[in-house]
Design a protein around this ligand. Structure first.
Ligand SMILES: NC(=O)c1ccc[n+]([C@@H]2O[C@H](COP(=O)([O-])OP(=O)(O)OC[C@H]3O[C@@H](n4cnc5c(N)ncnc54)[C@H](OP(=O)(O)O)[C@@H]3O)[C@@H](O)[C@H]2O)c1
Length: 260
């Protein structure tokens, strides 16, 4: 199967590290021009140096604001593939999540993606081709007791994705969400250490975290960011033209369901 994205331009939000950076690398390896986004010029430049060869464009901006979203789109140019990867997460006792926390999770994790979709979908429809992806999470369907606000935001993305897929019906634009499972990223290392003994070496900390907090995982390990990126690159490609309105899983079998 040859994934050819030459001639396509992508924007990956939150792509200076972790899953976003792996997605940026994967899309570029398939031939796309890729806007790399993070909040500062320094973090984007660092990511560009780490990414190395490929057709990358610096798109530094806080995309959780309307101005930042506009700046990232302006830097990238007309977008054929939008990967809404940016997402914040953190453990917080349910009854201590304040109104401001709930709003912040909605604003950053949901509204940011909605706003960017609103900006790019008309152009994609006019050109008769496009891909919009939302990086959701197992937490969208298995709501973690230690981060209900995060789960809420990821469930909302599934609805947003399905809804915009309907809006794009018949246009050549596909819209999907990706249910990513527990993944080995820098952000997750911090998260794991917020729930297990900080003195444990990483391998033991990871095993302890999976055993205590993610026992349903069928692969019994964290997923590597490249494994998420592989699915995203496929869904971004012309080969995935009949997959739309879906929630596609790369969760290590974590979600105990046959569908989706
Ligand atoms: N890691 C997991 O286990 C896991 C599992 C399921 C789903 N997911 C989802 O996958 C996505 C990526 O997760 P990750 O673990 O790879 O994240 P991460 O390592 O925490 O990275 C977050 C990225 O977002 C950027 N960022 C943060 N706030 C931003 C803003 N306002 N504007 C622009 N960029 C911003 C950061 O760059 P700067 O610091 O340079 O701004 C960084 O590149 C998220 O949506 C997450 O919910 C993750």
């Amino acid at each position: 199967m040859r994934l050819d994205l030459s001639g396509k331009t992508a924007l990956v939000t939150g792509s200076t590290q972790g899953i976003g950076r792996a997605i940026a690398a994967g899309l570029a390896a398939a031939g796309a021009r890729v806007g790399v986004n993070g909040r500062s010029r320094e973090s984007v430049d660092r990511a560009l140096a780490e990414l190395g060869q490929g057709d990358f464009v610096a798109a530094p901006a806080d995309v959780s604001t309307a101005e930042g979203a506009a700046a990232a789109l302006e830097a990238t140019g007309p977008v054929d593939i939008l990967v809404n990867n940016l997402g914040i997460f953190g453990a917080q006792p349910a009854l201590e999540i304040t109104d401001d926390d709930w709003r912040r999770y909605f604003e950053v994790n949901v509204l940011t993606a909605v706003r960017l979709t609103r900006e790019v979908l008309p152009g994609m429809r006019e050109r008769g081709w496009g891909r919009v992806l939302y990086i959701a999470s197992d937490s969208a369907v298995v709501i973690p007791a230690e981060m209900i606000h995060y789960g809420m935001s990821k469930t909302a993305l599934l609805a947003v994705s399905r809804g915009f897929a309907k809006e794009a019906a018949g246009s050549g634009v596909t819209v999907n969400s990706v249910i990513a499972g527990p993944t080995h990223t820098g952000g997750v290392e911090d998260f794991v250490y917020s729930l297990v003994d900080r003195d444990l070496p990483w391998d033991e900390a990871q095993r302890e975290f999976m055993r205590r907090h993610r026992p349903q995982s069928l692969i019994q390990r964290l997923i590597e960011p490249e494994e998420i990126a592989n699915l995203v690159v496929y869904l971004s490609s012309p080969l995935a033209s009949a997959t739309t309105g879906g929630a596609v899983r790369v969760d290590g079998g974590y979600v105990d369901a046959i569908l989706p």
